[in-house]
Ligand binder design. Structure first.
Ligand code: FVH
Length: 290
């Protein structure tokens, strides 16, 4: 027996929006799509999607409207003309933005009579619909529970609470971790001779993989507010950071990506935290944290 699957609309067909719509189509959901540049829907239409002529038509077509646009100002610009159609629907906004933008979007959408779920996509487009994809959600718990089966066509899901900004906050925090990793990778390959690929495969990836094993211990120190070094004190690490900087400059490489970390370590050592582990730097970062 064929199951009646929830119809869904996808607004925004960039690289990510097209992947989202394709995953819904693959799972058999009636899928309506809209994009400012219409030809980006062509492949999806060939695969069975319905092309809406306007964003308002797209919104009218489904109870669940998934939005994936460049940024939040674009979300408002695109959905505003469809505002009168939103009442009674669920808007799932998977656009990247700040917690404050998510909260503002939630207020605006709820004010138009719709449910609002914000999401942070922890995946790149080819991962969508695969087990490795994870999407963080926050906002309306009722909407998350009601639409969970549909949303999990895109990958795994995790609901982070009713604060609409929670998904955006965790998304950006995870991306901050990722960019720290990318920054370290770029600095390392810029320093060494020979092909980046061999260095990366043989040395860098095994080293970084081993070092991720240290993170839970550092997290425990941060949670406890007790930073005493167990095996690698900050004063020693500050000397290493100085050596890395000198060798980097000697090789004609810009140390710009490492410089803020070194400056923070030096400052904490000068403040008397040289016997702490590197976890102590979180105290230097959380200036004015709320
Ligand atoms: N791609 C990725 O790897 C990441 C993974 C994590 C999540 N991000 C976020 O997803 C949002 C969309 O990203 P994207 O990769 O689809 O981005 P683009 O391919 O650049 O597509 C942008 C879409 O936004 C439309 N758009 C832009 N400006 C306007 C406007 N003024 N009016 C109407 N639509 C607009 C654009 O339309 P068009 O240029 O095709 O006409 C695309 O649909 C984003 O928040 C990522 O951070 C992706």
């Amino acid at each position: 027996m064929t199951k009646n699957l929830t119809p869904v609309t996808v607004v925004g067909l960039g690289d990510m929006g097209r992947a989202l719509a394709a995953a819904f189509l693959d799972a058999g959901h009636p899928t309506t799509v809209w994009n400012r540049t219409p030809h980006r829907a062509d492949d999806l239409v060939r695969r069975g999607a319905t092309r809406a002529a306007t964003a308002a038509d797209a919104v009218r077509a489904s109870r669940v409207v998934v939005v994936c646009l460049l940024d939040y100002p674009t979300v408002r610009e695109v959905l505003a003309p469809a505002g009168g159609e939103l009442a009674g629907r669920t808007v799932v906004n998977l656009t990247n933005g700040t917690p404050a933008q998510a909260a503002e979007a939630g207020d605006w959408v709820r004010g138009l009579g719709a449910d609002y779920l914000d999401g942070g996509i922890m995946a790149i487009p080819p991962m969508i619909g695969q087990p490795g994809a994870l999407i963080l959600y926050s906002g309306s718990k009722g909407a998350y529970e009601a639409e969970r089966e549909l949303l999990e066509r895109l990958g795994g899901s995790r609901f982070l609470g009713t604060d609409p900004g929670a998904a955006a906050l965790h998304d950006l925090a995870l991306l901050a971790g990722m960019y720290g990793l990318f920054g370290g990778f770029l600095h390392a390959v810029a320093m060494v001779d020979g092909p980046a690929r061999g260095f990366t495969d043989e040395l860098l990836v095994p080293w970084l993989t081993a070092m991720t094993g240290v993170l839970p211990e550092l997290a425990d120190q941060i949670d406890a507010g007790k930073y005493t070094a167990q095996s690698a004190n900050l004063a020693m690490q500050a000397v290493s950071l100085a050596n890395i900087t000198t060798a980097t400059v000697d090789r004609g490489v810009d140390p710009a990506l490492l410089a803020p970390l070194r400056a923070l370590a030096d400052r904490r050592v000068s403040e008397g935290s040289g016997g702490d582990d590197i976890s102590t730097l979180v105290e230097g970062l959380r200036v004015g944290a709320r």
